[in-house]
Design a protein around this ligand. Structure first.
Ligand SMILES: *Cc1c(COP(=O)(O)O)cnc(C)c1O
Length: 348
């Protein structure tokens, strides 16, 4: 790295609690990217992508995997591979692939979402799901798929709930998809191997570019047939990437090197919650912090816009909101949390 480049990186170093998407690739990740063997992945010629997809499928007990540009794309490919035009998927009112993905399934897949109100723990009630399944009749969209999310708003779905969800979809002849953007955080919180979670699903996604620290990329896993369909849709959607091995190399490092440290983020999030409770006007429930995301109630008397701009001048970034969402990740350590708390106490 040249001196001017490293100076640029340190100059832009904020302590950033807005999301775990802000993580930067480590030196070993950058090295792996620089050294990656590459080819044209649209021809199936990129050895790094091929090895990564094959490794990921085997590691998670699935037949096949496809490397995607983003979690949004991976979810969309799953929905379009499971559902035909005029089908619908059941999901949570809070689901990322309903609420935060631009309505992509409807816009690009002619697939209708059927959202159900989430329980406070993020699960979906089976009686409400059952009532939303449409009869086979030309009046209705065909209910094809149930989509869950784990973690959801930082909460972990219990394994017993996942087993019940599997029974539910078997009974109703639906498929089961997991938006697993942060599924490794769930596995870490449960102290369970990842396969204990994903075994219940017909397909699932993993976001490599959040707490796992890759700059770009997600995976979608499923059966050979499902992933073949997804691969076709990926090309149609403009997601066929050429020398993508440079990115897959980062994804491989993310899953090999950065999973075992996710527990640090969870401990830091609980610590952050405890410390925030010592700041006037902030209140959190540390006992409810399960992974790397926490929510704090902020006194209405606090001018958030002013607070956030003052913190930004001190090199600290928060997202506005009430409750305010704060996220820990590999570029946040205890000292960073102590700095935030000290600045907050000085301001409020
Ligand atoms: C971030 C996220 C996604 C989408 O990932 P992008 O890579 O940002 O498109 C999907 N689902 C959940 C739950 C997420 O948090």
């Amino acid at each position: 790295m040249t001196e001017s480049h490293s100076a640029q990186i340190s100059a832009s170093r904020y302590i950033d609690f807005r999301s775990d998407t802000v993580t930067r690739p480590s030196q070993s990740m950058r090295q792996a990217m620089a050294n990656a063997e590459v080819g044209d992945d649209v021809y199936g010629d990129d050895p790094t992508v091929n090895a990564f997809e094959q490794w990921a499928a085997e590691r998670h007990g699935f037949e096949s995997a496809v490397f995607c540009s983003s979690g949004t794309q991976a979810n969309l490919l799953a929905l379009m591979a499971h559902c035909e035009r005029g089908d619908e998927y059941l999901c949570g009112q809070q689901a990322h692939n309903y609420k935060f993905e631009g309505g992509g399934a409807a816009v690009l897949g002619s697939i209708q979402p059927q959202p159900i109100e989430n329980n406070p723990d993020g699960t979906l009630p089976f009686d409400k799901l059952e009532a939303a399944i449409k009869p086979l009749d030309p009046h209705f969209a065909r209910t094809t798929l149930l989509s869950l999310e784990n973690t959801i708003n930082g909460k972990v779905l219990p394994l017993s709930y996942l087993a019940e969800a599997r029974e539910f979809v078997n009974k109703h002849k639906l498929k089961l998809h997991l938006d697993g953007a942060r599924v490794y955080n769930a596995a870490t919180a449960l102290d369970a191997d990842i396969t204990k979670i994903v075994q219940y699903f017909d397909s699932f996604t993993i976001c490599l570019s959040k707490g796992l620290g890759a700059p770009v990329g997600s995976l979608l896993l499923g059966s050979h047939d499902l992933i073949a369909k997804a691969r076709r849709w990926r090309k149609v959607l403009g997601g066929g990437m050429r020398q993508a091995g440079i990115l897959a190399a980062a994804g491989q490092i993310a899953l090999k090197e950065n999973v075992s440290r996710l527990g640090d983020d969870h401990n830091n999030a609980r610590y952050l919650a405890q410390q925030l409770n010592t700041v006037t006007g902030f209140s959190t429930k540390p006992e409810f912090v399960e992974t790397n995301i926490l929510f704090a109630k902020v006194d209405e008397a606090i001018d958030q816009a002013k607070l956030l701009s003052t913190l930004k001048e001190k090199g600290i970034l928060l997202s506005p909101g009430n409750p305010m969402r704060l996220v820990t990740h590999l570029d946040i350590n205890r000292d960073d949390i102590d700095s935030l708390i000290a600045e907050l106490k000085a301001i409020v």
